[in-house]
Design a protein around this ligand. Structure first.
Ligand code: PLP
Length: 321
């Protein structure tokens, strides 16, 4: 065992068949996987305990003992701004933030705010299935621009996109960056090509970047909005620490909207549903994660990379001769 595995105890097996954990609930396992005895690799949360600094900060807050209506303090926003500047070279302004209780609900509300019933929203399948649900469940239609499988990896099909995007009912493209489930980190040229096609056709880009921090050493995530002022003005970026620090159950996300009119349209939508006060603990956890848990993340990624290599070799050996 190396130093980090010991320090963070990534090897510890923690029983999660308690507290209603969705990933390990037998009825969900049956529904999704048909069998109860398979490892539940279907939902993107880790089986590592979140960093101790996060639980310490939450315990401190619990010990205060009063849990009235609360909004995040300014240092929460600063922690997020510093994180994105440090890790992703993207400078977010304080007034671009809309604090929301999770990305999927934010995407549903973005769909409602920026399109009308019957409008079409472009998605690039295979993609995280709630994108399509957020479209269909809200009376809009999915316009699928499938990714192309080329040898051992997927690429965007720009030719197909250029044709489909001309549909007069098309209003929004939901970009998954990095892309779940095909594990692509989109390259600068790909994002620029996509962004230019969207601007030319007056299509708003919703860029879901929830996985931006789960990047193997040697790779680099480029925030879509950081590419140009024009892209920033024509986009909404969804960010969270849910996947990065295993805190998805705290239901906290930051939706970044640089263009003020678009931001107000989204805020109005959230206010219509009175979705303006996420829980107290999410902001505390996320602020602590961004300020104090970078070394935990770097160590976790090295560990996950080793697991990935192990699994790849196992499949090669046992299933591919
Ligand atoms: C691409 C993507 N977006 C959003 C989410 C979920 O976000 P939230 O829990 O904030 O709704 C997931 C979870 O797997 C995801 O893969």
């Amino acid at each position: 065992m190396d130093e980090n595995t010991i320090k963070w105890n990534f090897d510890e097996i923690i029983d999660r068949k308690c507290y209603g954990t969705i990933k390990w609930k037998p009825e969900f396992l049956k529904r999704w996987l048909k069998y109860e005895d398979l490892l539940p690799l279907w939902v993107a949360d880790m089986d590592f305990r979140a960093p101790k600094a996060i639980t310490d900060a939450m315990i401190k807050r619990i010990n205060h003992g009063i849990f009235g209506y609360t909004l995040p303090e300014e240092d929460f926003y600063q922690a997020t701004i510093d994180w994105f500047q440090r890790r992703h070279n993207w400078i977010i302004q304080r007034d671009w933030f809309v604090y929301t209780p999770g990305i999927v609900s934010a995407i549903c509300n973005l769909v409602l705010a920026f399109s009308k019933p019957g409008d079409k929203i472009i998605i690039q399948e295979p993609v995280y299935y709630p994108f399509k649900e957020s479209i269909k469940n809200n009376g809009r239609r999915a316009l699928v621009n499938p990714l192309k499988l080329i040898d051992d990896h997927y690429e965007m099909d720009f030719e197909d996109l250029e044709k489909k995007i001309k549909d007069p009912r098309a209003k929004i493209l939901i970009l998954c960056s990095p892309h779940n489930p095909i594990a692509r980190i989109w390259q600068r040229e790909e994002l620029i090509k996509l962004g230019n096609i969207c601007i030319k056709n007056n299509i708003l880009v919703i860029s879901d970047e929830i996985h931006c921090d789960l990047i193997f050493p040697g790779f680099k995530h480029i925030p879509f909005a950081s590419l140009s002022e024009e892209f920033a003005q024509n986009s909404v970026t969804c960010t969270a620490g849910s996947k990065t620090f295993n805190i998805a159950g705290l239901q906290t996300s930051n939706i970044i909207i640089p263009e003020p009119v678009k931001r107000q349209i989204f805020v109005n939508q959230m206010e219509r549903l009175s979705l303006t006060f996420p829980g107290i603990f999410g902001a505390i956890a996320l602020k602590t994660a961004y300020n104090e848990c970078e070394d935990w993340l770097d160590a976790a990624m090295v560990y996950i990379k080793r697991n990935y290599e192990f699994l790849k070799n196992l499949f090669k050996k046992d299933y591919m001769g």
